[in-house]
Structure formats: C-alpha cells, structure tokens
Design a protein around this ligand. Structure first.
Ligand code: F0G
Length: 451
C-alpha cells in the first residue's frame, strides 16, 4: 500500500479526511469551512517523516545548479515541503517561481527605511503569483485523472489555469465578471485555449455558481479554496527566507483579495518556523482597496471573529472581491504574526503604482496596494526605519496597460478622488507627447521633463 504523506484538516471543526475524499467545492461536509493540507509525519520531533532543516537547506541550494525539470521549478525545488503528489513525474511545470527580490532604493529613501524589497511575483510564466499555486493544484488534477478544470477569476487565476491546463493536456473552463477584468488577462485565457464565459455577476457570484457546477459535473475546481493551490503559493516564503540566508525579514506586506495568498504565505512561514528552518515569523500585513475591504471591516468591527460580505468596487480589478473565501486563514496569519490589516484609496493605489513603475519595476494596480499600505503603516509609526520590509508584487505591469495609460493621461481618477494629491500625481505623470519629426522638436520635449 502507498504511504499517505498528506491529509486535509478542516479549519472550522478540525475534521480530518484523506485528500481524495474532499467534496468538489472543497468545503467541509460537517461545517462548511475550508481545509488546510497537513503532513502528519512532521509533527513528532524526531519522527521518521520530519524533514531535517539543515539537509533541506543544502539540497535546495544544490538544486540551483541542477538541470532536472523539477529542480528548475521554484515550487518543486522545495518538494519535500509539499509532498502532495503520489508521483512527482505528474508535476505540470512552466518553470514558475525563482522570482527576483529587488531592492527598492527610491521608495526606501523616501520612506526612510533601511531595507525595502519587492518580491516580484509578476515575473512568473503567466505574469502573476498564481502560477506557483497553479502548478501544484493542476498537478493534482492531472494525477487524479480529471479531463476538465475550472475557476472563477478576476483575471490572473484564469490566465494561469488556462496555461497550465494546456501544458497538462486538460480542458479548462473560466468564469469571469463581464467587463470587470483587464484585457491582458482575458487575452491570455483565450490564447491558452480556455472556454471563457463572461457572466453578469461579480467575482463572488462567479465563484458561487462554479461551486454548484462542480457538484454536477466531473470538473476539478482550481480556485484558492482548493488547498493544494496554497501549497504552491507558500513557496515564495521559502524563497524569501533562502534569499535572506534563513534570517527572515521583519515585515511582509501582501495585497488582499480572495485572501488565498496571504494565507499561503502565512502557512509557508509557519511551517518553516515549526520545522526549525527559521527562528521567527515575519509580521504579515494585508492591504485591501478601500472599496473592497471586507477583511479590514471585519478586524475593525469584530476583531476578525466574523466577516460581512460587501459589494466591492475598485479599479484594481484583481482584488475587486467582497466575500473572500480564505478570510479565516488570512486573519490567522495576521493575528499570529502581529501584522495589520488596512485599506488604501484609489488615489493612494495609483500614486504607489506610478512610484513602483518609476523604480523600473512596474506592477499591476492590485500589487501597488502594498507600497500604499506601507506608507500608511510608516506614517502611523507601525514600521520602524531599522526594519527589513518585503512587498509582495503579485502581477506584471503589462497585465493592465489601460490603467497605466489612463493614469499618465490624467484620465484615471475622478476630481474628488485626486483631491489634495494633485501635485503629487502631476509629478508622476509621463504622458506621451506628439512632436514634429525633427531633432529640434524632440530635444525641445526634453526641456519639459522634470526628472
Ligand atoms: N494581486 C493580484 C494581481 C491578483 O490577481 C490577486 C487575486 C490578488 C492580488 C489577491 O490575491 O485573492 O489570494 O488575496 N486574483 C484572483 C484572480 C482573485 O482571480 O486572479 P488573493
């Protein structure tokens, strides 16, 4: 008989089930909550399955120079900490992960923080952090023999799922809110061959509908309610710890939408801490858009004991989510690490995005909430200048070129949204100018440039 290395544990009632026993919507049959993947062999100190921290650090470093396909993946390079497959040859990989950690010199100087970094998850194969989770859950779908996979999405999950499904030889179904996703993302789902349905519903409505559909047809659900997604999405935590030579940063700042990512990063750091790979966990703070801030409200009103769904509005369409599925897991990550949960306005997001662009990094609007949130935390005295801070940039700047162009043309924000920030915005705007095709005219254009 094959040894079972992982099981699922309900975060609500604690029920434990085998991986293959999960319901199609990944909700607990007893209490309706979500599951975490757990590895029973890790819990006993000296237990035979408990990974050896020193040996792991050595083997993971060695894999940097390996040409084996699994070792080239920034997710499967850490496979000892995600033994979710019966056979690792089923892994579906596009060489995800291994994303850059950039020093943000300008923002650090402006905020008077010694060490500020951006972990750019937009540098993944389909341009977002979703790829790290998708390789994990898609591999499970393939191993379990599914022909169809599906997700509801604000865009990036669908782009990622469609690509990995195509690589695995599976068919994919995408449900998206009509008119509310960025073109770059929609074009990816088409390019990779998904069946894409645009619904007259928001993201939350799309996910609700899909949860019914998967109960009626043998379609594997790949939203982050699927706990295997989070197993892949925890690996950037390992990369960050490795980059800091296993002394973790003081503070990690993550955008919050459906709240799978913050949950996964919390799990990654928690597991490293429990296994003795690192000596502490970083504070994990989650930042939401002010118009899509159900977790912020939940902390403000109920200390995160319950969450009231809301109708969400923000131009950062990736995080336009009013009923986040993984809110309990994310709240746990914030609470156990002493982090904060706060929101930022549309103007704050736009300004922060332009500043990240001006560092030569660039990101999509949802990612920019991290820098906007850090500014607030710094102003409130919650981040000291001696702290090492990492911002999780979740998506590539080309995902939503319309947003960027509208900002630089001065067409993004309404007058009342920009009120009080006009000078700051004007200083960041770099619209394209029409000039005569002569050297004199082009050189003249330089004179108007303030930088
Ligand atoms: N940043 C980007 C670029 C995203 O696409 C998302 C979520 C988030 C942040 C928030 O992450 O949901 O784990 O809290 N996008 C999902 C999607 C919902 O469908 O692509 P989260």
């Amino acid at each position: 008989m094959k040894e079972i290395l992982h099981q699922l544990r309900c975060i609500g009632c604690g029920a434990r089930i085998a991986g293959a026993e999960a319901q199609p919507d990944f909700r607990c049959a007893v209490c309706g909550e979500l599951f975490d993947v757990e590895y029973p062999g890790w819990s006993e100190r000296g237990g035979k399955d408990r990974p050896n921290a020193g040996a792991l650090k050595w083997v993971w470093r060695e894999r940097h120079s390996s040409r084996e396909q699994l070792d080239c993946s920034g997710v499967w390079r850490f496979r000892e900490l995600l033994p979710i497959l019966d056979d690792f040859s089923n892994a579906v990989s596009l060489r995800e992960g291994n994303t850059p950690l950039y020093h943000m010199t300008r923002a650090a100087m402006a905020l008077r923080i010694d060490l500020l970094f951006a972990k750019h998850q937009g540098m993944n194969p389909t341009g977002s952090f979703k790829d790290t989770g998708m390789t994990a859950a898609m591999s499970v779908a393939k191993e379990r023999g599914f022909a169809w996979v599906a997700c509801a999405s604000t865009g990036n999950t669908s782009a990622s799922m469609a690509a990995y499904a195509a690589r695995a030889g599976l068919r994919s179904l995408v449900l998206i809110p009509e008119g509310k996703i960025a073109w770059g993302k929609l074009s990816q789902a088409m390019d990779y061959g998904a069946v894409t349905c645009q619904l007259k519903a928001d993201f939350d409505g799309c996910l609700r509908l899909l949860s019914q559909i998967v109960k009626e047809a043998p379609i594997y659900l790949l939203n982050s309610v699927n706990p295997y997604r989070l197993e892949g999405q925890k690996t950037p935590a390992f990369e960050i710890a490795e980059a800091f030579d296993w002394s973790v940063p003081d503070h990690l700042i993550v955008p919050g939408g459906n709240l799978g990512n913050s949950s996964a990063l919390g799990k990654g750091f928690r597991e490293m801490y429990e296994l003795g790979l690192v000596a502490k966990m970083p504070r994990i703070s989650v930042i939401q858009a002010a118009g899509a801030n159900p977790l912020v409200r939940s902390f403000r009103e109920h200390q995160a004991a319950s969450l009231e769904p809301m109708e969400a509005h923000t131009r950062a369409t990736a995080i336009r989510i009013g009923n986040p599925a993984s809110w309990r897991k994310a709240a746990r990550a914030i609470q156990e690490t002493g982090g904060w949960c706060l929101d930022v306005t549309e103007a704050e997001i736009a300004i922060a995005k332009a500043e990240i662009g001006a560092e030569g990094l660039g990101c999509e609007p949802a990612s920019a909430v991290t820098l906007a949130g850090l500014k607030k935390l710094r102003a409130e005295g919650k981040v000291a200048s001696a702290e090492t801070v990492v911002l999780m940039l979740t998506g590539h700047t080309l995902k939503d070129a319309d947003y960027t162009i509208n900002f630089h043309r001065g067409k993004l924000l309404a007058i009342d949204e920009a009120e009080g920030r006009e000078a700051e915005i004007a200083g960041l705007r770099r619209d394209a100018v029409a000039v005569e095709a002569t050297p004199a005219a082009v050189l003249d254009a330089l004179k108007g440039s303030s930088r």
